[in-house]
Design a protein around this ligand. Structure first.
Ligand code: G3P
Ligand code: MG
Length: 261
């Protein structure tokens, strides 16, 4: 890459190539334990999910800042104590067969990872203004909850959240999340001591992936739902593919003959 910072990617990398987005991709209500069931059915060994804090600082899974899209609640999630959030229905929006599905706590996700032998990419998704405390509590919580398991990979779009995670649990691997990789990506990942860079596949190119890997970082591409695109990204050197279509991207697709996917 011509700037003298080339270094080898670490061989110490315990994660598989395919990661189910928001627990079960599009096959289950997002960020719920039902997604783990879908993963097991499709042979997936790793999930990504979004973690944030309730008003009383309990760690739970939810993507949005607000409750409307994926629960029967209303308003900002950060305004509610966990006891109130725990009573919400987080499955009926997706389909009647999932009515009664609850929002999981981070501890519930850790227990399912242990039970099913699934690794986790915990995306720290702070509610507005809560970056530092969310990063700190997710990281310290993950360190405790994943003891004896493959350590989770932490990621975030929030620099402040990942910095707090680094300080709270330096031993956990961190990945910086971007939609489009900015020009100063190397400074950012070095400052956060990241081992990976996560980006929208739409903004990745073969030379950019080569540059990131030459800097010693693993690459995760999201959200990739076409097998041909996943294979191309893997050829470029992308290490992990995060997908909604766990039914379409098969766990053996990178070793299978090209015409069998
Ligand atoms: O970590 C990859 C992906 O989850 C980032 O985007 O919005 O789905 O959390 P989002
Ligand atoms: Mg996410």
């Amino acid at each position: 890459m011509g700037n003298g910072i080339d270094r080898a990617v670490s061989a110490d990398w315990p994660y598989p190539q395919l990661v189910a987005h928001r627990c079960g991709g599009s096959l289950a209500p997002e960020n719920t334990l039902a997604g783990f069931d879908a993963c097991v059915r499709h042979g997936y060994r790793m999930v990504e999910f979004d973690a944030k804090l309730s008003a009383d600082n309990q760690l739970f899974l939810l993507h949005d800042d607000t409750l409307e899209r994926t629960t029967n609640g209303h308003g900002a999630a950060a305004d509610y104590a966990w006891a109130q959030l725990a009573a919400l229905d987080a499955g009926a929006w997706y389909g009647p067969q999932f009515a009664g599905t609850r929002l999981p706590m981070l501890a519930d996700a850790a227990a399912r990872c242990a039970r099913d032998g699934i690794a986790a990419n915990i995306e720290i998704k702070p509610c507005p203004g809560r970056d530092e405390i969310t990063g700190r509590l997710v990281a310290s919580g993950a360190l405790t909850l994943w003891q004896g398991q493959t350590p989770p990979l932490l990621s975030s779009f929030s620099f402040d959240a990942l910095a707090a995670a680094r300080d709270a649990a330096p031993s956990l691997r961190r990945g910086m999340l971007f939609e489009e990789v900015p020009a100063d990506w190397l400074r950012i990942v070095r400052e956060l001591d990241c081992v990976s860079l996560h980006a929208s596949h739409r903004h990745l190119s073969e030379p950019l992936v080569a540059d990131i890997r030459a800097a010693g970082l693993r690459v995760l591409a999201y959200t990739v739902n076409e097998p041909a695109r996943a294979l191309l990204l893997a050829q470029w050197g992308v290490d992990m593919i995060c997908t909604d279509r766990i039914d379409r991207l098969k766990p053996d697709m990178f070793s299978a003959p090209a015409n069998s996917v």
